[in-house]
Design a protein around this ligand. Structure first.
Ligand code: EPU
Length: 413
């Protein structure tokens, strides 16, 4: 798929099966590599980032193959280290988990810089400081070169909260002979999913609020199931709220409390039935003032999608982005569809309008693409979303899922 053509304005109705979490899956794959056992991961979404990770693992002589729908077999018992100055490493962000996953056992990792969505500056200083605190040495040239001999420190305090650095710090601590304490960690449920995987594999890891404690334990083969993708839930939830009635399943209610907050503030009709969430298009007549923040606050990944949804509500809304100060690639594209948005520093003032119109727009990154989908499906007329293949980095079978709920969407090669 390169471009998508969308005929907007039609109601969306039906059920959407939510795929496994992209960001948790990337942690689980890194975890499976780190423990060097035979692992079957269930509910792994088939996405570009996952395929790129699989290609890198294969280069390390790790057997890594989908054996069934969304069941990924990873057997890293015969891993053979080689340099990871590979193009694949630059294609996604989570490739830097390879450092934490490999360094304690192979002692030397040469790797390209990570890539990923380019919506803002994305430094890796928190990771580098953490690796140094553990006792690693590194040289940053065309590639990154890490050396590690022994643990110099078992008490790591991350200099700032970072999801990725928390993952790397956990992976790095897995082979310590003493108890490891990591402080100032991120609280995301995807991190808890990784901890749960490692504990099922034989380790003893506990979380105490913003502290993670890793105790001894040896690893064994295992099978483990991934959590649902809360960004996909959020995306379809805002689509439903603007344009129809959708039942989303499976969901884990406590992982999406920030969505309930927004629904309640705007009086959006929603309810839970067993493990599914039903959201109905609601004629909202309220303004929203909201900020993104660390989990369980409203996530930065849904900020572009919420922006798109708010353009459809005829009130003035204020949305402040606190995680990535420059994550606004969607704004100029949404304006091409008639959205009225003013940006001041890291805050958007969104003036919801009566109707959006179709246009030619570009998905500059994954969540920008999702925001464009929300507006295109609400707009009058035809929208072309260019560079739409970027959606396959984070939304499994997106076109098929949209068509199944009545969206008029076609792939244009
Ligand atoms: N940061 C630094 N230095 C670092 C690392 C991060 O300054 O060494 C800053 C970032 O620039 C940002 C903040 O810390 O301002 C938080 O970044 P974090 O490290 O938590 O993000 P990440 O691990 O790189 C993951 C997700 C992102 C998601 C963020 C925030 C994956 C693969 N990526 O990125 O997901 O936006 O957490 O929740 O898990 C997406 O799915 O579209 C996506 C971009």
């Amino acid at each position: 798929m390169s471009n998508l053509q969308i005929n907007g304005g039609f109601p969306l109705e039906g059920e959407v099966k939510i795929s496994g979490s992209k960001n948790a899956a990337l942690c689980l794959i890194a975890g499976a590599l780190a423990i060097q056992k035979k692992v079957i991961l269930q509910n792994i979404p088939v996405l570009t980032d996952i395929y790129n990770f699989i290609e890198i693992l294969k280069a390390l002589n790790v057997k890594c193959v989908f054996i069934d729908d969304n069941h990924l077999l990873i057997d890293s018992r015969n891993i053979v280290y080689k340099s990871l100055c590979l193009d694949e490493v630059q294609k996604f962000r989570a490739s830097y988990y390879l450092i934490g996953a490999l360094l304690p056992s192979v002692n030397h990792v040469e790797i390209n810089y990570p890539g990923g969505c380019n919506f803002s500056k994305r430094p890796i200083d928190i990771h580098l400081k953490m690796f140094e605190d553990y006792g690693c040495k590194y040289i940053a040239n065309d590639c990154l070169n890490f050396h590690f001999e022994e643990y110099k420190n078992h008490h790591i305090v991350l200099k700032n909260i970072s999801f990725g650095a928390t993952v790397n710090a956990i992976l790095m601590g897995l082979y310590a002979k003493e108890e490891v304490v990591i402080e100032n960690v991120s609280k995301e449920c995807e991190i808890d999913c990784l901890i749960s995987f490692l504990n099922t594999a034989g380790k003893n890891i506990a979380r105490e609020n913003n502290k993670i404690i890793i105790k001894e334990g040896s690893f064994h083969n295992l099978s483990f199931s991934n959590i649902p993708d809360r960004m996909e839930i959020g995306t379809f939830a805002f689509l439903a709220a603007s344009k129809g009635k959708l039942k989303l399943y499976p969901i884990i209610r406590e992982q999406i409390s920030y969505l309930e907050d927004v629904f309640q503030k705007l009086n959006i009709t929603y309810y839970f039935v067993e493990n599914s969430l039903v959201i109905e298009n609601t004629n909202v007549n309220k303004s929203l003032i909201i900020e993104t923040g660390e989990y369980p606050l409203f996530p930065t990944d849904l900020q572009p999608i919420l922006t798109a949804y708010l353009t459809t509500i005829r009130r003035i809304h204020v949305l402040k982005e606190n995680v990535y100060n420059e994550r606004f690639s969607h704004v100029e594209e949404l304006k091409k569809m008639g959205a009225v948005i003013f940006k001041e520093s890291n805050t958007l003032l969104i003036n919801g309008i009566f109707s959006l119109h179709g246009s030619i727009v570009k998905a500059k990154d994954l969540r920008c693409g999702a925001a464009l989908l929300v507006c295109a499906l609400n707009a009058e007329g035809k929208t072309i979303i260019e560079n739409a293949e970027i959606l396959y980095r984070g939304y499994e079978s997106i076109v098929k899922k949209l068509k199944a709920i009545g969206a008029q969407v076609e792939v244009i090669e």
